[in-house]
Design a protein. Structure first.
Length: 390
């Protein structure tokens, strides 16, 4: 058991100073003050000068590796445990991307199970960019209903030259099957949607909203910040149609793509434009391929998207863009938890999973990360590493 004392608690809402008792993988008690001396054995963690936050949720990670658009040599490697935990992330949703051929659902599920065994919480989407969707059982609904870790479909590509160029009707059927699968299984039934830079922008999602009874909460378009025009279309969709938008954090902040919007700045833009703070999420696109540039801006080669960018952009939203910490935290904690229907994740509350991040109150530098009540990171260093990590 652990007793975190005198921390400034963000649930993500500002709860003020207090103590948190953790045991059995759950948050047992939150009080203004709890006794350090008890009949039970407890380890006291000093929270003075620190903020205590929920563990981050990353709803779009290529845990099996991604890339491949430059041929077989450009396939990115599988993720390692500490690549996730060092960024304060304690829950991930794995997905396949462009390559639904050499990357398979069986491999994705096995990787997700392996990461769970190593200490974090994992889920996956069924499918990849492709339409018809390549599932494990042959059916979107069957995958969601019968496979415990499958919470939705994705990442389905639209408005992109790499997509299968589905019709709006085909896309609507995918969303419908995903929703019904979620209803019958008690899961999210969420479609994670890869947004390209085509002129259609969010037309497919607007078609679903205008021509079906399917709610916006079953669709999460990602990479909305890939361009200024798509960002503005996303803001309009979220503000005027009640949609949800996801901003990608894996980028080189010093060498953004032409017209790309930094995720932290995109959050500020959306909030200032009147988008509800519950309608914006961040995800990392971790382990996806990423262009790397020399200092003069010329292309050096391909790198790998990092899950740790999720925390970086949340922190930048606060320290550089002036977003209040509770609002920035929601984008990486309670908002994805709500869309994914994970009631025990994304919040500091009694009975919730003990997924916690302790960080410096001024710099927000991560000090400690706890996943399901186990300390994974301490003093900014990984205590628990993956099976094959050095």
């Amino acid at each position: 058991m652990y007793l975190i004392k005198n921390a400034h608690i963000y649930t993500p809402e500002d709860l003020g100073k207090g103590d948190v008792l953790v045991g059995g993988g759950r948050i047992l008690q939150i009080e203004e003050s709890l006794p350090a001396e008890a009949a039970y054995k407890v380890t006291v963690l000093d929270g003075r000068g620190k903020v205590l936050m929920p563990g981050l949720i990353d709803a779009h990670v290529h845990i099996l590796g991604g890339g491949g658009e430059g041929g077989a040599k450009s396939r990115t490697p599988e993720i390692m445990l500490s690549d996730i935990t060092l960024g304060g992330v304690t829950t991930v949703v794995g997905c396949l991307g462009t390559d639904g051929c050499t990357r398979t659902m069986t491999n994705l599920l096995a990787k997700a199970k392996g990461l769970e065994e190593e200490g974090i919480t994992t889920y996956v989407y069924t499918g990849s960019y492709q339409v018809p969707v390549r599932t494990l059982t042959g059916s979107i609904m069957d995958d969601i209903i019968l496979l415990e870790k499958v919470v939705g479909t994705g990442e389905i590509a639209i408005s992109d030259h790499r997509s299968s160029q589905p019709s709006k009707e085909e896309f609507a059927r995918i969303v419908a099957d995903t929703r019904v699968g979620g209803i019958l299984s008690g899961k999210a039934g969420l479609v994670n949607i890869h947004m390209g830079d085509g002129e259609e922008k969010l037309d497919f999602l607007q078609y679903v909203r205008e021509n079906t009874q399917i709610p916006s909460a079953n669709m999460l378009p990602t990479h909305i910040n890939r361009s200024w025009t798509l960002m503005m279309a996303g803001i309009d969709y979220a503000k005027n149609m009640g949609g949800y938008i996801d901003l990608t954090t894996s980028s080189d902040p010093d060498f953004l793509e032409p017209d790309e919007v930094k995720a932290s700045s995109g959050l500020k833009m959306a909030l200032d434009a009147g988008v509800g703070e519950e309608h914006v999420t961040f995800s990392s696109d971790g382990q996806g391929s990423l262009p790397v540039f020399y200092p003069d801006g010329t292309l050096k080669g391909l790198g790998v998207g990092k899950v740790i960018s999720l925390y970086r952009e949340m922190r930048d939203a606060v320290l550089k863009d002036g977003v209040d910490l509770p609002k920035a935290l929601k984008a990486v904690t309670s908002n994805p938890a709500a869309l994914l229907k994970l009631p025990h994740k994304g919040r500091v509350a009694e009975g919730a999973d003990a997924d916690l991040v302790l960080a410096d109150e001024k710099t927000l530098a991560i000090d400690l990360v706890m996943a399901k009540g186990v300390i994974m990171v301490s003093d900014g260093q990984a205590l628990v590493k993956g099976t094959f990590e050095a």
